[in-house]
Design a protein around this ligand. Structure first.
Ligand code: AMP
Ligand code: GLY
Length: 423
């Protein structure tokens, strides 16, 4: 089967690496891809906003499956248009992608189906939101409704911060016609992520992970897209996973079907494990980045038939096998990230990797002088091991072997898990 992969980050490099091992893979294309992905797929230039042009490419190349990595095309109706053109795509329709594209939509769905989540109110006016914040007090969480590349959320500790965040959503960076926000209860607990491959009706558990969102060691510094992850999440016991499936994921799928927008694709549940039980923080409608990298490192079965089954609407016959190993990834980011960062610094040497270590490329580009950093998150050094400690040791040895001067990384990815593991 010929496959087209959409995206250019470390998540997509991990997907490309895994898909390239499929016994069912024919020709393999990626748009736009990156230098790491080019080791597995032919890179093609396509205007991803021009769905008709992408569909024409798929017809010309006899593409049997399109795999969409990032959320923006999903929210923009990429899957709807390609499906209408008769092309099989793995990913949700625009209506189903509202689970990530609109926080208000997801909160209302939770409320309608008794899915545990933070108490909330939606606002379309700054004045009303300010009054509400004055009444409820802090800590409180302010969220811009739409996609904001992870920057639309403020956990406000003081009233001042909360009011500023409200104003910022209506007048600042995320403002636009029809601006809307969600103000919600602050949840306390440990955060973890759970992934499912969904076919519109059924959810196939696809592993768990824990991300490290803050830029610096000890969970300090600004929020990022993720500075490292490990899988499985030790805090999600088998029993807890069952509870999340029963109380959160399954009612969501049923609710989406009932609403006429069945969810097909990867459902990524961001969870808070509170004293009252697991609660949904947010949904994403795609693989996490860098969580995908650790999932791919642990997946023992062929990925391609799983994605095809989901796209065809029946995952019931899918057989998933996982390595018993733990996997861990360290994100090497460009100095300055998540603020403005330097581009074009040379990456002189990447370790070759092997059975237990892979270096996935995220923000890299090929220049005349060789490989250079071109994005905020640049490399994802990923390893497997019998324990989180062993995976971390292997990953950090490989980090030390990378010859690149322009980057920084956290030195404590997986530390808390190692402490739990060895307690
Ligand atoms: P999100 O963009 O929704 O993933 O939110 C970013 C981060 O904000 C999450 O990973 C949490 O750490 C934090 N967060 C979001 N909502 C809440 C909440 N209701 N209570 C506590 N923390 C939250
Ligand atoms: N690593 C967080 C995300 O992919 O949204």
């Amino acid at each position: 089967m010929n496959v087209l992969l959409i995206g250019s980050g470390g998540r997509e490099h991990a997907l490309a690496w895994k898909l390239a091992q499929s016994s069912e893979l024919g020709a393999f294309y990626a748009a736009p891809g990156n230098p790491g992905i080019s080791e597995h797929a032919d890179l093609v230039t396509l205007d991803l906003a021009d769905h008709a042009a992408v569909a024409a490419f798929c017809k010309a190349k006899d593409i049997g499956l399109v795999v969409v990595g990032p959320e923006a095309p999903l929210v923009a109706g990429f899957v709807d248009d390609l499906s209408a053109a008769g092309i099989r795509v793995f990913g949700p329709s625009a209506a189903a992608a509202r689970l990530e594209g609109s926080k208000g939509f997801t909160k209302d769905l939770c409320s309608l189906h008794d899915i545990p989540t933070a108490r909330y109110r939606r606002f379309v006016s700054a004045a009303d939101a300010r009054t509400y914040v004055q009444e409820t007090g802090v800590p409180v969480v302010i969220k811009a409704d739409g996609l904001a590349a992870g920057k639309g959320v403020t956990v406000a500790i003081t009233k001042d911060e909360a009011l500023k965040a409200v104003d910022n959503c209506f007048e600042g960076d995320f403002a636009g016609p029809g601006s809307e926000i969600v103000v919600e209860e602050f949840l306390e607990g440990e955060e973890a992520s759970l992934f499912c491959i969904c076919d519109g009706e059924r959810a196939l558990l696809f592993g768990t992970a824990q991300d490290h969102k803050r830029a610096f060691d000890g969970d300090r510094g600004p929020n990022t897209g993720g500075m490292g992850a490990y899988s499985p999440a030790l805090c999600l016991s088998e029993q807890m996973v069952k509870r999340v499936m029963r109380e959160i994921v399954e009612p969501t799928l049923a609710g989406m079907k009932e609403a006429g927008s069945p969810f097909r694709g990867v459902l990524y549940a961001g969870l808070m494990l509170t004293e009252q039980g697991p609660k949904l923080i947010e949904y994403n409608v795609r693989f996490g980045d860098p969580e995908c990298q650790v999932l791919m490192m642990r997946l023992a079965s062929d990925l391609l038939p799983v994605l095809v089954a989901a796209a065809d609407g029946d995952v019931s016959g899918v057989d998933l096998r996982w390595s018993e190993d733990r996997a861990l990834t360290v994100v090497m980011a460009a100095e300055g990230y998540p603020g403005s960062y330097r581009k074009g610094t040379p990456i002189r040497h990447l370790p070759r990797g092997g059975e237990t270590v892979r270096v996935f490329q995220a923000g890299t580009a090929m220049s005349e002088a060789g490989l250079v950093a071109s994005g905020g998150r640049v490399l994802n050094v990923t390893a497997r091991g019998k324990t989180v400690r062993e995976a971390a040791r292997r990953a950090y040895l490989a980090v030390d072997a990378v010859d690149w001067d322009g980057g920084f990384w956290r030195s404590d990815i997986g530390h808390r898990a190692i402490m739990v593991e060895e307690a």
